[in-house]
Design a protein around this ligand. Structure first.
Ligand SMILES: Nc1ncnc2c1ncn2[C@@H]1O[C@H](COP(=O)(O)OP(=O)(O)OP(=O)(O)O)[C@@H](O)[C@H]1O
Length: 231
């Protein structure tokens, strides 16, 4: 079989994300918190994985390290075959903008920009030109809110707008920290439907959550306890 540009470009045999033996320690005075103690995770393209675990088990720390927002004290993160760890911060930020969509608890929308302008900003930071913001918002049922400011959106619209920004550059991996924490169950079901469809289109999803509905929607559930993957 002849290899096409497409099959080379999509790295068919590579995991979308591979993290090996991640360690992260925090120090405060004499106290040391071992937030991550050798966590390894691999995500296939199109896989939807939920990360669950008690409060303080390391979920947010793990997502920050996987996103390149934080640098682990040990271990390696690769997205689509590209190493994200042990790089200068500016280089990590550049790779993150292209390779990882991030949806955090605090939201990823700048309040003085409209939804469409937030998407345009995410694209210009990554230097990508892709579909128009309107197409993108249409797919999330948000076209009619393109020119709205974030503080005028409902809870469900805020999460969908955050997703539109996180997915603005069509990243191979989307990481979300408790994306449905503030939503009622029917709005949560709508967001999970969008996430599941995204995964079917090939995006690898890792979602940290306390929600049973998120765990039920995922293909696989990883439990963290005390900074370790518990089997
Ligand atoms: N910047 C930091 N400085 C010091 N300790 C930290 C820092 N960030 C996290 N920790 C500690 O690391 C451990 C893991 O925290 P983390 O926020 O990753 O847990 P979590 O599972 O996401 O919790 P939650 O479900 O409550 O959000 C906790 O003991 C926390 O107090």
């Amino acid at each position: 079989m002849r290899l096409t540009d497409k099959s080379i470009g999509t790295h068919e045999h590579l995991p979308a994300m591979a993290a090996e033996s991640l360690h992260r320690f925090f120090h405060s005075g004499d106290e040391e918190t071992q937030a991550l103690r050798g966590v390894s995770i691999s995500l296939a393209p199109g896989e939807f994985v939920a990360v669950v675990g008690p409060s303080g088990s390391g979920k947010s720390t793990l997502l920050s390290c996987l996103a390149g927002l934080d640098e682990p004290d040990g271990g390696t993160v690769r997205i689509d075959g590209t190493r994200l760890t042990r790089r200068p911060e500016a280089e990590r930020a550049r790779l993150r903008a292209r390779l990882v969509g991030v949806l955090t608890q605090s939201g990823n929308l700048l309040s003085h920009l409209s939804v469409a302008q937030n998407i345009a900003l995410a694209r210009s930071l990554a230097g990508t030109v892709s579909r128009g913001a309107d197409d993108h918002l249409d797919a999330l049922g948000l076209a009619h809110r393109a020119h709205a400011r974030p503080d005028t959106l409902s809870g469900g619209e805020t999460v969908r707008a955050g997703l539109a920004v996180a997915l603005a550059n069509e990243p191979p991996v989307l990481l979300a920290d408790e994306p449905t924490g503030e939503l009622d169950s029917s709005t949560e079901a709508q967001v999970l439907d969008i996430l599941t469809r995204r995964a079917h289109n090939g995006t690898a999803l890792l979602v940290a959550s306390h929600s049973a509905a998120v765990a039920a929607a995922a293909d696989r559930v990883i439990t963290l306890r005390n900074g370790e993957v518990s089997s």
